[in-house]
Design a protein around this ligand. Structure first.
Ligand SMILES: [Zn+2]
Length: 327
């Protein structure tokens, strides 16, 4: 991000933090479902950022961040739900709800499970199946560390990552293997590796864990033909069922991008809920947006301790500068 853009972002965040604080003191927020999303769980209190995963992955948090987030929503009378709760006959549901989601299937997410049990809150873990099957590191982490070794700046690396978001998984894999060698996809540690098959089976037995579809190879589905995308989603559904005995009801579209065709595909593969990365609340009736429940909105939450409460207030506030500028 260039410096002026960065400064504008900081200013608009500060304004929104101020608006949210005042709004929440004066008004009762409109009931809605809030869906935060996270990627990696970082060790508590680590003084420097780990070198094996992309540092800007905008939703990496520590377990103490997550504890603070859960306590914040509980204190504000939110009910934590799992996807199925959106379909209960008579929802007791005209109240604020929160659904926690974790994308990609990083092994480091295992540390979330005891916390879910401690607070009795559910969460959805979206798996990219081939990563689990092959113990393969995620391409954005590989690209980050390999390019960083070659002294590329984070700005340049991020530009490269953006470029690859218009490519298929095979194209990205080929590029990385060609440039950095086939060993580049080997995980470096427990921090960057995906869950193993055995570990997925284990966590899936937990009553607070829901497993969701995140495609086979973190495929950005809008980069494929209708038939290819359908095949990916369907095969992922079958692979998860084979692994844990349950067919997913929910999909997280990699990078959050979806389209009317993808919604049709998701529906035809038996999915009932889909989540994007459009940072908005889901007001009642839930799914009253263009894609219905197959395109629910989600917020990233960054693990900066000093801004965490402001971020959470902004998520709950029904008025923000950001939304105002968008409309
Ligand atoms: Zn993802």
């Amino acid at each position: 991000m260039n410096p002026p853009k960065r400064i504008l972002k900081i200013i608009s965040f500060s304004i929104d933090a101020f608006i949210a604080k005042i709004y929440l003191q004066l008004k009762k927020e409109r009931p809605a479902l809030v869906i935060p999303y996270f990627h990696a769980i970082l060790p508590n209190g680590q003084s420097s950022l780990p070198i094996e995963i992309h540092p800007n992955s905008h939703a990496n948090i520590t377990i103490s961040n997550l504890r603070a987030i859960i306590e914040y929503f509980l204190m504000n009378d939110y009910q934590f739900i799992k996807p199925r709760d959106l379909f209960v006959e008579k929802p007791s549901l005209i109240k604020n709800m929160c659904m926690l989601t974790f994308d990609d299937g990083y092994f480091n997410n295992h540390s979330v499970v005891p916390l879910l049990n401690e607070y009795r809150v559910p969460a959805v873990f979206f798996l990219s199946l081939n990563h689990v099957n092959e113990n393969k590191a995620f391409w954005w982490d590989v690209l980050y560390r390999e390019e960083a070794k070659r002294t590329k700046s984070i700005g340049e690396i991020n530009k490269e990552i953006e470029y690859f978001k218009s490519k298929t998984a095979t194209e990205i894999d080929l590029f990385i293997r060609d440039k950095f060698g086939k060993k580049a996809f080997e995980p470096w540690s427990d921090l960057d590796r995906p869950f193993s098959l055995k570990e997925v089976k284990e966590i899936s037995m937990d009553k607070y864990v829901v497993i969701g579809n995140h495609t086979l190879n973190h495929d950005i589905l809008t980069n494929y033909s209708f038939e290819e995308a359908k095949n990916i989603v369907q095969t992922s559904q079958e692979s998860v069922e084979k692994l844990i005995g349950v067919v997913p009801e929910i999909i997280s579209y990699p990078t959050g991008t979806t389209s009317p065709q993808l919604l049709q595909i998701a529906r035809s593969c038996g999915l009932r809920i889909g989540v994007t990365t459009n940072p908005k609340k889901n007001y009642f009736p839930i799914g009253d947006n263009w894609g219905g429940k197959l395109a629910l909105h989600r917020f990233p939450i960054k693990g900066h301790p000093h801004s965490l409460m402001d971020q959470l207030n902004i998520i709950r506030s029904d008025i923000t500068l950001r939304n105002f500028l968008r409309t």
